[in-house]
Design a protein around this ligand. Structure first.
Ligand SMILES: Cc1cc2nc3c(=O)[nH]c(=O)nc-3n(C[C@H](O)[C@H](O)[C@H](O)COP(=O)(O)O)c2cc1C
Length: 189
């Protein structure tokens, strides 16, 4: 993917704990190649699927994984990781967005770096989420209600699509393809 060059923006990419996390590498790489300042934040569950090193290497920036870093430096994003870079972001995108993180956003939880960052975004910051989960999870009324809550609050949903999923089933719940996600991100910059 080689997106057209735009002016540099601060993009906060949040990765949560779904199997589609490996596909996020392509999106991060393309945004970085387009000249953007890309900061990746990951939930602890996301780190079970892809290592932070992958995203650090692609974004050329340390990945935020902890609300309470073991050895914080005096940098503001180490001392206040729940505020920086979120309060300065030009765009926030969550991919894949788990059922869990969607629920946490809907109810205003902030006990991990991704949900705490979401609470700290400027009101004008575009907020995108890309749900990805098993079809039964996606159809669960509590998930659907939480998705609706986010959309009512101005979150922009990308997908999910119908298709074959890693768990071997087929149906709604597959994360939109990275190219589509990249196009939507760029149209919001
Ligand atoms: C192999 C495996 C795959 C998973 N895939 C998904 C998924 O695609 N979508 C989802 O919502 N949850 C999925 N889960 C469950 C989440 O990882 C779990 O709910 C976790 O607590 C989410 O944490 P997070 O939202 O903080 O990242 C999966 C779990 C496992 C073990």
């Amino acid at each position: 993917m080689h997106p057209a060059h735009t002016s540099m923006k601060k993009i906060l990419i949040a990765v949560t704990g779904g199997i589609a996390a490996y596909k996020v590498a392509a999106v991060v790489s393309a945004l970085k190649q387009a000249g953007h300042d890309v900061q990746v934040a990951m939930t602890p569950a996301a780190c079970q699927f892809v290592t932070p090193l992958t995203f650090a290497a692609l974004s050329q920036k340390e990945v935020r994984t902890d609300l309470f870093p073991a050895h914080p430096t005096s940098e503001k994003d180490h001392l206040y990781p729940h505020l920086y870079p979120a309060t300065e972001a030009d765009l926030f995108a969550v991919l894949p967005a788990t059922a869990d993180i969607i629920g946490k956003f809907a109810y205003g939880f902030g006990d991990d770096i991704v949900s705490a960052s979401a609470l700290s975004l400027p009101a004008t910051c575009p907020k995108l989420f890309c749900p990805a989960m098993n079809t039964q999870m996606w159809k669960n009324p509590v998930v659907q209600e939480n998705v609706q809550t986010l959309e009512n609050r101005g979150w922009q949903r990308i997908g999910p699509e119908d298709g074959l999923m890693a768990c071997g089933t087929s149906g709604a719940g597959r994360m939109s393809d990275p190219k589509t996600i990249l196009e939507v991100i760029q149209s919001n910059l």
